[in-house]
Ligand binder design. Structure first.
Ligand SMILES: Cc1cc2nc3c(=O)[nH]c(=O)nc-3n(C[C@H](O)[C@H](O)[C@H](O)COP(=O)(O)OP(=O)(O)OC[C@H]3O[C@@H](n4cnc5c(N)ncnc54)[C@H](O)[C@@H]3O)c2cc1C
Length: 235
């Protein structure tokens, strides 16, 4: 990139990445009146269902944020599983029952596509006066004791942004984390691979998460509430 840096801004927090983590942080800051800039490399909202299980404690966070009704309207709680053996015999597996835990606000996990959760968070951010800057990629940063100077690329031009704080919410391959020198604890198991996709399926009930066994293994088809597709998962 050989264009000269063009824009300068001063703000409290620069957030890199507008997935669920960056959007939640942006909402939490915006509701407290903290100035922020939320940048996202991709040009627009991502469509994949990805993490479709929302845990009960996450629903409590969404409740506090004022979006739990919106999120739940696009999901289903305590979805049963239906297992079908290679010979066609079926078994219903109920792992969660609504009302089991009257002592907690939300007693079961919610199935909903991750893009729906992001949609609800983006809408809340808009209500709070914030926005996602799509098509804006973080490049690098320098920091002093007081602030951070970051370069971002937007519409092919480099912008220099000054912020009190820089927060990397840019996912598992985070550039912010790498440039900060923070390691990623864990390991990659190369022998384990999974195929995941959102697919249209004819003739399958949408009232349960289907586990279908065949002679070489098992695959799953989970109906995604608020859509007409299933999430397919296979080892
Ligand atoms: C197929 C699949 C299935 C999954 N299933 C589950 C599940 O069942 N349950 C569960 O809990 N989790 C699941 N996950 C994991 C879940 O999707 C992630 O934990 C979640 O997306 C993490 O959110 P995040 O906001 O931290 O990161 P991400 O959603 O990865 O968001 C990071 C964002 O940062 C942006 N970004 C990256 N680099 C830059 C840059 N340089 N400048 C600007 N923006 C940048 C990316 O474009 C991205 O939008 C699944 C993931 C996948 C891929």
């Amino acid at each position: 990139m050989n264009k000269e840096p063009t824009t300068e801004t001063t703000l409290a927090v620069l957030i890199v990445g507008a997935g669920p983590t960056g959007l939640t942080l942006a909402c939490e800051l915006a509701r407290r009146g903290v100035s922020l800039r939320l940048i996202e490399a991709v040009p627009g909202p991502q469509p994949g269902s990805r993490g479709k299980n929302i845990q009960p404690r996450t629903l409590e966070v969404f409740d506090d944020l004022g979006i739990v009704d919106r999120v739940m309207a696009n999901g289903r709680m305590a979805m049963p599983m239906r297992s079908t053996a290679p010979d066609g015999t079926m078994k219903e597996i109920v792992t969660e029952t609504l009302g089991d835990r009257p002592d907690v606000p939300y007693s079961a996990t919610l199935i909903t596509p991750e893009w729906r959760v992001e949609e609800s968070l983006r809408l809340r951010l808009t209500e709070l006066g914030g926005t996602v800057e799509f098509g804006t990629t973080f490049g690098s940063f320098n920091q002093s004791d007081e602030s951070v100077t970051a370069s971002v690329v937007k519409d092919g031009a480099i912008e220099i942004t000054h912020a009190r704080w820089l927060v990397g919410c840019d996912g598992g391959h985070s550039i912010v984390r790498k440039q900060t020198g923070i390691s990623f604890e864990g390991e990659t198991r190369d022998e384990i691979r999974m195929i995941v996709g959102d697919v249209e399926v004819d003739g399958l009930d949408r009232d349960a998460w289907h586990l279908l066994s065949h002679n070489e293994g098992v695959f799953a088809l989970c109906p995604l509430p608020s859509t007409n597709v299933f999430q397919f998962q296979a080892g």
